[in-house]
Write a protein of this length. Structure first.
Length: 285
């Protein structure tokens, strides 16, 4: 694995002093990104167990460094933390098995979309400390953002541990109101797809305007990526950055007149986020 550079939130965080056992259930794209981040922060692979029916070659290779891949149940005895990174549709099958590994001191950290704290509490032993969180795809390059909410059983020390585990993939925000995770899912969880769609449609529009399709695709890709990096680095808010590139009566202003019309991008984005929020709530049923 070749992990990306540390994110700003990671620079003051280390997992080299982690003394318990960490269990990762599900090592797909998001679970794998978390594992990379933990190792980058100094986690001892020998203290980590991964439950994954079809581990990637990279994860399988880490067994040579002490990582326990699909170990026997007794190896998972009283873990300090269990991270659930399986698809939500697999939760009903996984959770009863997972409940057998939970100790009184274990904190369970879930990144499953739509699966509520109450759902998790019902499938785990009574009084389990649980953190529900929603990361996004940029976690795979250490530039993601995650929003997390704890249940009332989570201690300050367990919250600190959960924060360390999540910050391995980028920025972390904590909330007390679990209902906020539905719009969070709609905005930041699904948001990378909206940005990719912007690059895709911008390239098609450029080709329709007469550019060679391959040149239009390169222009759109670099423009979206570069603008995102500028937004990331600049302390200036997005609205002011937009205004700074818009000359009165110029080409950008002409395009924004269309995008900012009453039925333009603002309404479309509001409708899209609302639809994703509704779907997130439906997944909890």
């Amino acid at each position: 694995m070749n992990p990306p550079p540390l994110s700003p939130d990671e620079t003051a965080v280390t997992l080299s002093d982690f003394a318990g056992t960490l269990v990762l259930v599900g090592a797909g794209k998001m679970g794998g990104a978390l594992l990379e981040g933990w190792l980058r922060l100094g986690l001892d692979a020998a203290r980590t167990a991964v439950i994954e029916p079809v581990p990637s070659p990279e994860i399988a290779a880490l067994a040579a460094h002490g990582l326990k891949v699909n170990p026997a149940m007794d190896v998972l005895d009283e873990p300090a933390a269990v991270v659930v990174a399986v698809k939500p549709q697999n939760a009903a099958e996984i959770m009863p098995w997972l409940a057998r590994t939970i100790a009184d001191s274990t904190v369970v950290l879930s990144i499953m979309a739509g699966k509520t704290l109450s759902f998790l509490a019902e499938t785990l032993p009574p009084d389990t400390a649980i953190v529900r969180s929603m990361p996004n795809m940029a976690a795979s390059i250490g530039r993601g953002i995650t929003v997390a909410v704890p249940n009332e059983r989570v201690t300050p020390a367990q919250r600190e541990l959960a924060h360390k585990l999540l910050v391995a993939t980028g920025t972390v925000e904590w909330v007390d109101d679990e209902s906020l995770l539905d719009p969070v899912t709609a905005l930041s969880g699904s948001g990378p797809a909206y940005v990719f769609l912007l690059a895709e449609t911008l390239a098609k529009a450029g080709a329709a305007a007469g550019l060679p399709p391959d040149l239009a695709a390169r222009l759109a890709r670099v423009t979206v990526a570069g603008s995102g990096e500028l937004l990331h680095r600049s302390p200036i808010d997005a609205a002011t950055l937009r205004q700074n590139v818009t000359s009165p009566g110029g080409t950008t202003a002409a395009a924004l007149d269309v995008l900012m019309a009453e039925d333009g991008l603002g309404r479309l984005m509001s409708n899209a986020v609302a639809a994703a929020t509704r779907r997130s709530r439906e997944l909890a049923d």
